[in-house]
Design a protein around this ligand. Structure first.
Ligand SMILES: [Zn+2]
Ligand SMILES: [Zn+2]
Length: 257
């Protein structure tokens, strides 16, 4: 196994008993990347044991609070929740505006948020950037139609590739960019009766997957009303590959070729 991708939080800001807000863990050797950190993700990490202590990187897809609300709590836990004190560095990755967001959070909560006593680096990424993470993991992003800053992320290692859409509306360019990935983690927010340009319906997830032809499609970011329609049937009518309706704690392992 070369990369494990875990869906820690498969819900949204429409609060759910069974689904935390957005959060995903990517593990490969000692690279431990948390993508998004919405409300409930610190609890989900705690349920797994010491995982919250060993995270090395955090990446944000956009600045809606269901994708970063637990980040101040997590940084405070890293600052005060260790004995002895944490010294390991943290890198926080995000679209342009991430540093300004953290500055605003520091203004509200305290200077510790960006100067927690261990090295904290903020690295903004644009779609023209490639970030080389430890262990040969290559990270890129792609702008998606949700908010002006919103991006999808791609993570590649040893010829294997994961794409996580973040929050997005329909985008042919996203399907092209994700083409042929091994795992496509795709938001599936709303039923067609409630469709809006900033999110995907199951039908639109099926169309995106038909264009991207991933090895496996995992759907996430479910508003409660979408769970009242037959998501698998609606996706399956448009895309014949394997599909998982992710739950909090589901994981997918990318194996060596
Ligand atoms: Zn969201
Ligand atoms: Zn959003």
């Amino acid at each position: 196994m070369i990369v494990r991708f875990t869906t820690l939080g498969t819900g949204t800001i429409s609060l759910s008993a069974g689904r935390s807000c957005a959060g995903y863990l990517v593990e490969t050797d000692d690279l431990r990347l948390l993508i998004d950190c919405g409300s409930g993700i610190t609890r989900r990490l705690a349920e797994r044991g010491d995982d919250w202590q060993t995270i090395t990187h955090v990446a944000l897809t956009h600045f809606h609070i269901d994708h970063y609300g637990d980040l101040p709590t997590l940084i405070f836990a890293w600052k005060h929740g260790f004995l002895p004190a944490r010294s390991a560095p943290i890198t926080i990755i995000g679209p342009v505006g991430t540093a300004a967001l953290l500055d605003r959070l520091a203004a509200a909560h305290g200077a510790w948020l960006t100067a927690p006593g261990f090295p904290l680096t903020i690295q903004e990424i644009t779609p023209s950037d490639t970030l080389e993470l430890p262990h040969g993991v290559r990270m890129t992003c792609h702008a998606v139609p949700h908010t002006p800053e919103s991006v999808a992320y791609s993570l590649e290692r040893s010829g294997r590739r994961i794409v996580y859409t973040g929050d997005t509306g329909p985008s042919d360019a996203l399907a092209t960019w994700a083409q042929g990935c091994d795992l496509l983690v795709c938001e599936c927010s709303l039923p067609a009766s409630m469709a809006i340009p900033e999110h995907l319906t199951p039908e639109q997830c099926g169309e995106l997957a038909a264009g991207a032809t991933p090895g496996h499609l995992a759907l996430t970011h479910f508003y409660p009303p979408v769970e009242h329609v037959d998501i698998l049937a609606l996706v399956g009518a448009r895309y014949a590959g394997p599909v998982t309706l992710a739950t909090d704690g589901w994981h997918f392992d990318l194996e060596d070729e």
